[in-house]
Design a protein around this ligand. Structure first.
Ligand SMILES: NC(=O)c1ccc[n+]([C@@H]2O[C@H](COP(=O)([O-])OP(=O)(O)OC[C@H]3O[C@@H](n4cnc5c(N)ncnc54)[C@H](O)[C@@H]3O)[C@@H](O)[C@H]2O)c1
Length: 393
């Protein structure tokens, strides 16, 4: 295992990547996997053995897993096995006290703990990739901004929709100007019963989990990410309506005081565009999906209702299927554990961003632009759909 502490400037010098990296912006670069000195590795710790098991950090050629942690013993064992890592900690807190061989932490803990856990890691001089959402309140968003600015640590949000291959395709068509003006989008995330009393995820050992009654618009990023991840524009205003299934007891006494398990928001953006954004925990539709409407091209993602993939427009590419993006990541990482093939792309982007000393694709700015609009939309739903301004942090 590499014992060397990562010095970011030193790394750039060592790998000869400085010139390209510093001007790389937030776009993932092709073919750099081969260019990196094979001795240079990011030492990462993985915390949270639920969703945190669905990645392959140890198989990235420039990354090694030097610690794993979960509060639950069964999940500690699962993490050790997944990442072939002997070093295990019984909590993030003990890891931060004891560990001396970590450069970055992958935080896959509960949504209400993300902001606190990110802060703890950054205060300790560690870079962070965090599961979605970035945070649950505007105050937490401000604290994330403050700690990231003060410590200079790198933040990335592991928003899977950003690297869904349909989203990669839409982003690249947009960047090539093929949409014309992309004036309207419909973005949606449907996950029936999550947060309901009938869902096993709502309870652990008889106790309610954070998912019990969790408000849909506090989990907006799989939807909002499908616009931010394509055009990069900012949400500026929102009016949102919520609905709660009266047969769901979790809506009567949850920790969030949320009566909604369905929410539909209409956003305005800084480019004066319109975005209809749904997050539903009820009904029968499933999955994450978008349709993007431009003056020259309309792009329909396939959906659980049998909606086909279609590109419509006089100059639309004649694709029957998507281009193959798998060649952009190291071959050892070419697993598809779900979420549209996104996990290895997130892994590669975070590792590459650290090595190249650049902002990752879903940096804090993008993460907050995906997260804060939902926080304000939830407030709008509480106020019966009142149109509210979205603060730009
Ligand atoms: N597509 C996606 O992007 C996607 C999919 C699933 C889950 N998620 C996100 O991933 C996160 C984890 O989801 P999950 O379903 O695994 O949640 P979970 O509640 O099942 O797991 C969280 C784990 O974190 C551990 N943990 C909490 N505090 C800790 C601490 N101080 N030290 C060590 N371990 C600690 C808990 O013991 C628990 O095992 C959530 O934020 C969720 O929103 C994202």
């Amino acid at each position: 295992m590499t014992q060397k502490r990562i010095s970011r400037r030193g790394l750039l010098k060592e790998t000869g990547l400085a010139a390209t990296a510093l001007f790389a912006g937030t776009r993932p670069l092709r073919g750099l996997a081969q260019a990196v000195n094979s001795q240079t590795r990011i030492r990462i710790a993985v915390v949270g053995g639920g969703f945190g098991l669905d990645f392959h950090w140890h198989e990235h050629p420039s990354c090694e897993v030097t610690g794993v942690s979960d509060l639950r013993p069964d999940r500690r064992v699962a993490l050790q096995s997944r990442y072939q890592c002997e070093t295990v900690y019984d909590s993030l807190e003990s890891m931060l006290r004891e560990a001396r061989d970590i450069d970055a932490v992958a935080i896959f803990t509960e949504a209400p703990n993300h902001e606190k856990h990110v802060r703890m890691c950054m205060e300790r001089g560690l870079h962070v990739i965090s599961a979605v959402p970035a945070c649950l309140t505007l105050e937490e968003a401000e604290r994330l901004r403050e700690v990231t600015n003060r410590t200079g640590m790198t933040y990335m949000m592991a928003e899977t929709s950003y690297y869904r291959h349909y989203c990669i395709a839409a982003r690249e068509l947009y960047e090539a100007g093929q949409f014309g003006e992309l004036f309207y989008s419909e973005v949606e995330y449907y996950h029936p019963h999550i947060g309901h009393t009938i869902s096993p995820l709502s309870f652990h050992e008889g106790q309610r989990t954070w998912r019990y009654g969790y408000p849909p618009m506090l989990y907006p990023t799989h939807s909002t990410g499908l616009l931010v991840g394509v055009t990069g524009e900012r949400f500026t205003e929102v009016s949102c309506l919520g609905w709660g299934n009266p047969e769901n007891p979790a809506l009567k006494d949850n920790h969030y005081r949320s009566p909604f398990n369905v929410a539909s928001a209409l956003f305005k953006t800084d480019r004066n565009h319109i975005c209809r954004c749904n997050v539903f925990w009820d009904g029968t539709a499933e999955g994450e999906r978008a349709q993007w409407f431009g003056t020259k091209l309309t792009f329909y993602m396939p959906g659980s209702g049998g909606q086909p993939f279609r590109l419509q427009g006089p100059e639309a590419p004649e694709w029957t299927e998507l281009p193959d993006y798998w060649g952009r990541i190291p071959q050892t990482l070419t697993h598809n554990p779900g979420h549209g093939g996104s996990h290895p792309f997130l892994t590669h982007e975070f590792v590459r961003a650290l090595l190249e000393e650049r902002e990752p694709a879903v940096n804090l700015d993008a993460a907050l632009n995906m997260t804060i609009p939902g926080i304000v939309a939830h407030e709008s739903a509480h106020r019966g759909g009142e149109q509210l301004t979205i603060p730009q942090l």
